[in-house]
Design a protein around this ligand. Structure first.
Ligand code: DGL
Length: 277
């Protein structure tokens, strides 16, 4: 009997897996689709466990491993942890779990790399969830790369739930944002890291507050450029003409659907899935 030749799998055509607690990672997914228009995405928004910012490190690690397993089962060629909280607590755990099978990218390392190479910056502010700020990961990583920069970190726990609710660009959001940014800790900063992937959605309000005196770092864009760099190095860039994106949530929310449509127009496949059984 003739031996059937196995068809070689084109790994580069497989999707990129992206996850966050909710809509925040969509800002990263959106930046990826702009920089890499031929890539298909599988996005998981863990809306059932949102917000990640005040969960224990053990819970975050558990969620991150289970979601990574789901993305591996969906044949993703790369995992992007599109969440600062999960990146700060579970990046090493996810890498260990994946065991080098596919590349894992976090949202913190590329931003740190960008900031330490900005010679004009002297004092950089970091705003993020309680989990991210408590881990002190930005200060640790920045100081490991450069002693020159002063880092001022501030937890802003109301922001992610507020944004997830679609509550931004209004009088109340401006008051909440303003009262955080008024903090003396952030005095005299010349750069600000939006260390939560939800925050690009309030970037215009942050910019209005600082009236162009502070460089608000485009963290989603920096992460997307890094995704491209890693895929290129590993020869995994897709040449697909018509990429397909799939969005999964652990709990259906109107805000998630609206945000997904906002970023990805009408061509979306959104499904609620229970991966916790
Ligand atoms: N978007 C996430 C982050 O970057 C999580 C926000 C949350 O769920 O608390 O930290």
């Amino acid at each position: 009997m003739p031996v059937k030749k196995k068809k070689a799998v084109d790994v580069s055509a497989q999707p990129i897996g992206v996850f966050d607690s909710g809509i925040g990672g969509l800002t990263v997914a959106n930046a990826i689709q702009k920089v890499l228009p031929h890539e298909s995405l599988i996005y998981f928004g863990d809306t059932a466990h949102l917000p990640y910012g005040d969960k224990s490190p053990d819970s975050i690690k558990y969620y991150a491993i289970r979601i990574s397993q789901f993305l591996l089962e969906r044949n993703c060629k790369m995992i992007v942890i599109a969440c600062n909280t999960a990146s700060s607590i579970a990046y090493e755990t996810v890498k260990d779990f994946v065991g080098g099978k596919i590349p894992v990218v976090d949202v913190i390392s590329p931003v740190v790399d960008y900031v330490v190479h900005d010679k004009k910056m002297k004092k950089v502010g970091v705003i993020g969830t309680k989990g991210t700020i408590k881990s002190d990961i930005y200060a640790k990583k920045i100081h490991a790369a450069s002693k020159r920069l002063e880092v001022a970190s501030l937890a802003t726990p109301l922001l992610a739930p507020m944004i997830e609710e679609g509550f931004f660009n209004n009088k109340i959001s401006r008051t909440v944002i303003g009262s955080y940014l008024d903090s003396r800790k952030l005095a005299k900063i010349d750069g600000l890291i939006l260390a939560c992937t939800h925050y690009p959605l309030i970037r215009p309000e942050v910019e209005d507050y600082y009236k162009k005196t502070v460089n608000i770092i485009d963290t989603a864009g920096v992460v997307a450029d890094n995704v491209k760099k890693v895929l290129k190095t590993k020869k995994l860039l897709s040449k697909k003409k018509s990429p397909v994106h799939h969005f999964y949530v652990s709990d259906f929310t109107r805000s998630f659907e609206e945000s997904t449509r906002f970023f990805f127009k009408n061509k979306i496949h959104l499904e609620k899935i229970d991966i916790w059984k």
